[in-house]
Structures are given as structure tokens and as C-alpha cells.
Design a protein around this ligand. Structure first.
Ligand code: G4P
Length: 530
């Protein structure tokens, strides 16, 4: 098979959802179809219930599990599918945002009863901003939920999407009789008494077949016919171009738990979802079918074993092929590195591979060379874009609680920040270190990991900051307005880990005041700007 064919058969995507919508269940069913796992229950959820730190610590201790579920790859028909794990818990939102830089499309899972929830809104917004193609899967149709048309409206309103259903439910909850597959133009009947088994499906080519009345009842059949008429009237036909450029989102209905509607979703997905897409860098746009390799680190996983401070850096291959033992340029360090045992992922296992293709993820063993966003190439000096840091939501001073271990603390903080666990800011006027996180949970995680992996102790002190604003440097650094801003706000000026200037604003009001008083000072809410 040629390299181009290898690349074109790849589908690298993420499943995003509010916790409990059914992401893990759906992923598992997809793997079952691929024959990658034999039984349900094989995919471990690394879900954190209600923010319990103990749960998180337990998960961290069983790090093997979460490494394994970071990438789940399997073959289906002629396709190679890579599913990237995206934590649904809001405290790990930043991890999910970064993973979204490595996917070529997403499937959004929505609970039919709960509709669009908070995390779904945030994650979809990020995908929308990046024009990532999205398919919506409305789950739990075996339960009582919202009316299908109301739900489609809600998805459009709350998520700002333009949907078109590619399947449509027949009844719901107790009366759930099956699904009309608009994409394949047939009907699959849900005949579950046990409701827990993979159901047999009966295919109907024509919705007007009188046989249908006999099976689902005259009333349901009539209902379905009129609902479908409305669907065709209200929603535009599926337009693949529009889906690929992020302006139309097809919708499927089903029940992941009952494995109902999942095959239909998967069959359509492999057909319409994009193969690896091009990616912008600071120099040029890089295409997947280029001959030379390039890729970037989107995730770093630490091994919790204190005796092996070994990390796994996850690299998305953007172009060409990645080969074992071939030297690649670590662009930030300007040096060549070879990898003797790159890991590829298959189902929930990882194994050493000789060659991987654009679209694939390789896991590289790392002793501290990498940080999130690092680019690897065959020699070209370029840096991939679109892996920004967002402003944290919580800020605390970090103090050394064991003066004899200050070196260990430095190193620990440094490496945890490279992994993207949190962000570090250093105040200009007194050099104090401030840790910014998306969720309060991370502070305990950092404390725990510093102690167990680095033998260092820390304590925190509150620092009531509202938002981190990255400050654009003016063309003339001596600019009077800029200098005045720096002087007046000197207690709130800091540097991030890359040395970029950051204004730590203590309130929304203070940001407004800066905007009014210093109209030429440019503030940004992410670390990456033109
Ligand atoms: P998540 O990864 O998005 O957080 O969700 P997960 O798949 O863990 O599913 C959350 C809960 O919803 C699970 O129940 C799961 O069994 C259930 N679920 C998923 N899909 C369906 C469906 O199609 N119909 C119904 N009725 N339920 C569904 P749980 O009780 O929290 O966990 P468990 O004890 O069953 O594992």
C-alpha cells in the first residue's frame, strides 16, 4: 500500500461529551465493532466522579490505564481508526483542548434527556473556532427524553451548529421502536425485551412499505412518515463539503449501551470523516502527504513510578512517516534525537512499531526533553501553531515547604508545567511563583506528585486573580503609554514559562480600566496571537 493510501485510510478523532453522556460506552462499542476488544467493560473509564481527589489519585496511581486509553486504535473495514481520549471532567478541560489540536474530527455525544450540557458547550465552542468537522450522536434513546425536533433546535441554538439529521428515532423510552437511517435509507428495529443485548436489526428499504405498519404499528408508522417529511422540509440535505469545513453537522440517534445506532454511526463516519488534515505552522501550511516527517507533542503522560521518572510524549504525525531509530530534529532544542522504541497504540495496548503514518499518534519515551507544543521534523525549522495556553481560572502562590529540597521542587515544578498540568507565572517585582490551574483539583495533584515523584514539599497561598492576560509587546518598547501601564500595574506583571509578558488582572473591572486608560496596550486571553 502506498504512503498516500495509508494516510487516506486514517481517521483520527475524539469523542467529546459532558460527563455521563455516554462517551466511554460509545467508545467501547466502536471498539467492539472493530473487533479490537471482545467484550463490553474492557475500556476503563478514567472518569472522576464529582471531583473527588481520592478518585483522581487512584487513577493517577493506575496510570497504566489512562496511558492505555489515551489513544485507542483499531481497524474497521479498510480504515485505521485512532480515537483520542478527551477527559470530560471540567478540571481537565485544558488537557482536552490540547487533545483537540491533534484530532481531525470529533463526535459529540449528547444525552437525550439532559440535552446540551455545560461541558458540551465549552468543547464544541473550541471545535467550532477551529472548524473541526463534527458529528452529533444523541444517546440513551432507550430512555425517556426530549422530543427529537426540540433537541435538534437546542443543539442549533446552544451550540451554534447547523445540523442535519442522518437518522431519526421511532418513538423513545418505553416506546422506542428503532431508528430510520436517512443516510442508508433503511430502518433498524429495536426489539429489545432484555434491552441490554446487541439487537438484531431488520432492514426496510422503503418507509412506505405497508409491512412497516404491521411491525411498529399503524400509529408509529404514520408518525414516522410525517416526521420524516418535516425533516426533509426543515433541514438541508447532507453536504459533505459543508461538514468538512465545519459549517454543517450531521446528527445520529441511538443507544450506546444497547449498541443501537452505533454501527450506522460508524459506517457513515468512516465514509465521510476527513483523513488527516493539513496544519498551519509559523512558516507554512504542512500537508499530510508530504514526503518528510513532521509532528508535534500534544500530551505528556508521566509514569507515577518514582523509580522511573519516565514520561511518554504523545506526538501527532502531521506529515510523512515516523520511523524507528531515524534521527529527527527537536526544533526548540535545535538538536537531533533518535527513538529506539516508539509506541503505537492498538485497542488498549501499546507496542513498539517501526513505522507510523500521518494521522497516527506515536508515544515517545522521554526523560524531560519535551514539553507540550514541541515540534519534531526531519530538519526543517518550523513550529506548529494552534496549541495555545488559555487563561487559568485559579491562581495561588506556591511556597517551598522544605528548604532542604528546593532543587527538587524547582525541577518538579518545571517538569509538571512542561506536561501541561498547570501554568507557572513569575511575578516581575518580587520573583514569586504563581501556579494557575483550570480546576482546584490540580493543586492537590501537584502537591501529591511533587512529594511522591520529586521528594519535594510545597504549600499554597491564595492570590485572588481573575484572569491572566498575555500582553503584546509594542513595536517601541519605550513607548510612554506602555511604560506607564507597566509602572502602574507593576505588582500584577509577570512572565509565563516561555518568558511572555502576562498581566494578572484581579477583576474584570480592572481589565476594562486598562482597556480604557491604555487603549494601545493589547491584551490577549490566550498565549498565542498573531
Ligand atoms: P461518560 O464516559 O460520557 O462519562 O459516560 P459513560 O459511558 O460512563 O456512561 C454514563 C452512564 O450512562 C453509565 O451508567 C452508562 O451505562 C449509561 N449509558 C450509556 N449509554 C446509555 C444508553 O444508551 N442508555 C442508557 N439507558 N444508559 C446509557 P452508570 O450507571 O453511571 O455506570 P455503569 O455502572 O452502568 O457503568
Amino acid at each position: 500500500m502506498s504512503i498516500l493510501q495509508e494516510i487516506q485510510k486514517r481517521r483520527t478523532f475524539g469523542v467529546i461529551a459532558h460527563p455521563d453522556a455516554g462517551k466511554t460506552t460509545l467508545t467501547e462499542k466502536l471498539l467492539l465493532f472493530g473487533g479490537a476488544i471482545q467484550e463490553a467493560g474492557a475500556v476503563k473509564s478514567n472518569k472522576i466522579k464529582k471531583g473527588a481527589t481520592s478518585d483522581f489519585m487512584e487513577i493517577e496511581r493506575q496510570r497504566g490505564i489512562s496511558v492505555a486509553t489515551s489513544v485507542l486504535a483499531f481497524n474497521y473495514k479498510d480504515y485505521k481508526i485512532n480515537i483520542l481520549d478527551t477527559p470530560g471532567h471540567k478540571d481537565f478541560a485544558e488537557d482536552t483542548f490540547r487533545t483537540l489540536t491533534a484530532v481531525d474530527s470529533v463526535i459529540v455525544v449528547i444525552d437525550v434527556a439532559k440535552g446540551v450540557e455545560e461541558q458540551t458547550e465549552k468543547l464544541v465552542e473550541v471545535c467550532r473556532m477551529r472548524n473541526i468537522p463534527m458529528i452529533v450522536f444523541i444517546n440513551k434513546l432507550d430512555r425517556e427524553g426530549k422530543d427529537a425536533f426540540d433537541l435538534l433546535d437546542e443543539v442549533e441554538q446552544k451550540l451554534g451548529l447547523s445540523v442535519t439529521p442522518l437518522s431519526f428515532p421511532i418513538g423513545m423510552g418505553y416506546d422506542f421502536k428503532g431508528i430510520y437511517n436517512i443516510w442508508e435509507k433503511n430502518i433498524n428495529l429495536f426489539s429489545g425485551d432484555s434491552r441490554r443485548n446487541i439487537e438484531e436489526t431488520i432492514a426496510f428499504d422503503n418507509v412506505n412499505d405497508p409491512e412497516l405498519d404491521k411491525i411498529i404499528g399503524e400509529k408509529s408508522a404514520e408518525n414516522l412518515r410525517s416526521e420524516l417529511e418535516l425533516v426533509y422540509e426543515v433541514y438541508p440535505p447532507f453536504d459533505r463539503e459543508a461538514y468538512l469545513n465545519g459549517t454543517q453537522q450531521p446528527v445520529f440517534f441511538g443507544s450506546a449501551l444497547n449498541n443501537f445506532g452505533v454501527r450506522e454511526l460508524l459506517d457513515c463516519f468512516v465514509e465521510i470523516a476527513p483523513s488527516p488534515r493539513s496544519k498551519a505552522s509559523d512558516k507554512r501550511v504542512v500537508n499530510p502527504d508530504e514526503n518528510t516527517f513532521s509532528g508535534f507533542v500534544f500530551k505528556i503522560h508521566a509514569n507515577m513510578d518514582p523509580n522511573h521518572r519516565n514520561r511518554l510524549a504523545f506526538v501527532k504525525i502531521v506529515s510523512g512517516t515516523f520511523e524507528r531509530n531515524k534521527p529527527y530534529l527537536h526544533v526548540r532544542h535545535g538538536k537531533k534525537l533518535k527513538f529506539s522504541s516508539p509506541n503505537a497504540f492498538f485497542a488498549e495496548k501499546k507496542e513498539v512499531v517501526d513505522i507510523s503514518y500521518a494521522g497516527d499518534i506515536v508515544g515517545l519515551h522521554d526523560t524531560g526533553n519535551f514539553k507540550i507544543g514541541d515540534t519534531l521534523t526531519e530538519g526543517e525549522v518550523l513550529q506548529f501553531k494552534g496549541i495555545p495556553s488559555f487563561s487559568p481560572e485559579h491562581f495561588r502562590y506556591i511556597n517551598n515547604a522544605d528548604p532542604l529540597k528546593s532543587k527538587q521542587l524547582e525541577k518538579g515544578i518545571d517538569q509538571l508545567m512542561d506536561e501541561g498540568v498547570a501554568q507557572l507565572f513569575k511575578l516581575d517585582f518580587n520573583g514569586r511563583k504563581v501556579i494557575g490551574t483550570v480546576g482546584a483539583l490540580q493543586y492537590e495533584v501537584i502537591q501529591y506528585r511533587l512529594e511522591h515523584e520529586y521528594g519535594a514539599k510545597c504549600s499554597y497561598e491564595t492570590f485572588p486573580i481573575h484572569k491572566a492576560c498575555w500582553v503584546e509587546e509594542p513595536e517601541n518598547p519605550k513607548d510612554a503609554e506602555f511604560q506607564d501601564f507597566l509602572r502602574v500595574k507593576q505588582k500584577y506583571m509577570a512572565r509565563d514559562k516561555q518568558g511572555q509578558r502576562v498581566f494578572l488582572a484581579d477583576s474584570a473591572f480592572s481589565i476594562e480600566m486598562v482597556k480604557q486608560k491604555y487603549p494601545n496596550v493589547k491584551l490577549h486571553f490566550t498565549s498565542e496571537f498573531e
